[in-house]
Design a protein around this ligand. Structure first.
Ligand code: SF4
Length: 327
């Protein structure tokens, strides 16, 4: 299956008792596991060099368990302690923010510092799959969203050098305003629109249960973007052409009138479509990115890593300044 591909394995259902056996048999470059699996199999898995991803959605049980079963907080903290004790590499925590926990980002950082964790990613409640059943007031409003982006930037500066913080693509691009001005000047001269995202073009997801192909992990199971299927004999069978080749001419606001659209391409399509679906009740493949931090002008004016990266690229000419990946 992985022949000729870089393969990353996600286990969305980690309750299958055959999991460890499967892990030992399949070939992969990276694997993401979380809480229960690490607790049960941490010693056996430590030889496979995976990324251990823990889901922790709050610094206290009552907050974390808004999104999980009762008792899960203690299981997760136990898994984190075990992983630390065994000195496992590539430890990460993913924290889904919503309307009832976004105000505790600082407390999350403090908790993870206590366990000497080096990587925390804040992600967002995405209106897809089972999350569509959650109450609407669990999703953040615009004020909460602005708070998250601004707090993230403050915390990133505060913990610089001690903990790597990141904000998932679900929040949209977070380029500094200086970079946006600069890109606004040069993007009209770009020969070609950058790809909106690489899902379905350079990478795909194959759902192990249904064998259906989707563009990315965020769109898994969404029938409106099922691209084909995997067949033991035929291999990967694509029935639909990949998406968004004409996005520049068809995309909605705020991207339509954004001066860096040619550079940005409307960013994470899955996030834009899911949030638009939540707000309007419609699937729109050409949805603009709601509450984009760049269009809201809420990012910092200057970011030192962007300035450094610019001069490094300018003088060492390793790559053109127009980057090929997100931020
Ligand atoms: S408004 Fe759209 S095109 Fe402009 S930066 Fe935001 S996501 Fe990108």
């Amino acid at each position: 299956m992985s022949k000729g591909y870089n393969t990353r394995v996600y286990f969305s259902d980690q309750s299958d008792p055959r999991l460890l056996d499967i892990l030992k048999r399949v070939s992969y470059d990276e694997i993401e596991l979380n809480n229960r699996v690490v607790t049960d199999y941490v010693k056996e898995l430590s030889t496979t060099n995976p990324i251990f991803g823990f889901s922790l959605h709050g610094h206290r049980a009552d907050i974390h368990e808004i999104l999980t079963q009762e008792g899960n907080f203690d299981v997760t903290i136990d898994a984190i302690k075990k992983a630390r004790k065994l000195n496992l590499p590539n430890l990460r925590v993913f924290s889904v923010l919503h309307s009832r926990n976004y105000m505790y980002m600082q407390e999350m950082c403090e908790l993870l510092q206590k366990y000497d964790f080096s990587h925390l990613q804040f992600t967002k409640l995405n209106y897809a799959g089972g999350a569509q059943e959650l109450p609407d007031d669990l999703y953040m409003d615009q004020d909460a969203f602005v708070h998250v982006v601004k707090t993230y930037e403050k915390l990133k500066a505060k913990y610089s050098g001690t903990m790597e913080l990141s904000l998932s693509k679900m929040y949209g691009p977070t380029h500094s305003r200086l970079k946006v001005h600069f890109l606004g000047l040069i993007t009209p001269f770009m020969k070609r629109q950058r790809r909106a995202c690489h899902g379905g073009i350079e990478k795909i997801i194959v759902d192990a249960k249904t064998k259906k192909i989707f563009p990315c992990v965020w769109t898994t199971g969404e029938e409106w973007i099922n691209l084909g299927y995997y067949d033991e004999e035929k291999g990967l069978v694509f029935e639909k052409k990949t998406w968004f080749e004409d996005i520049e001419s068809k995309i909605g606001e705020p991207c339509k009138s954004c001066k860096i659209l040619r550079y940005c391409g409307g960013y994470c399509r899955s996030a834009a479509i899911a949030e638009t679906n939540r707000l309007t009740g419609k699937i729109d493949l050409y949805a603009g990115f709601p509450r984009c931090p760049v269009s809201l002008k809420i990012t910092k004016f200057v970011k030192s890593h962007e300035v450094k990266s610019f001069f490094a690229r300018l003088f060492f000419l390793k790559k053109p300044y127009i980057l090929s990946s997100y931020e």
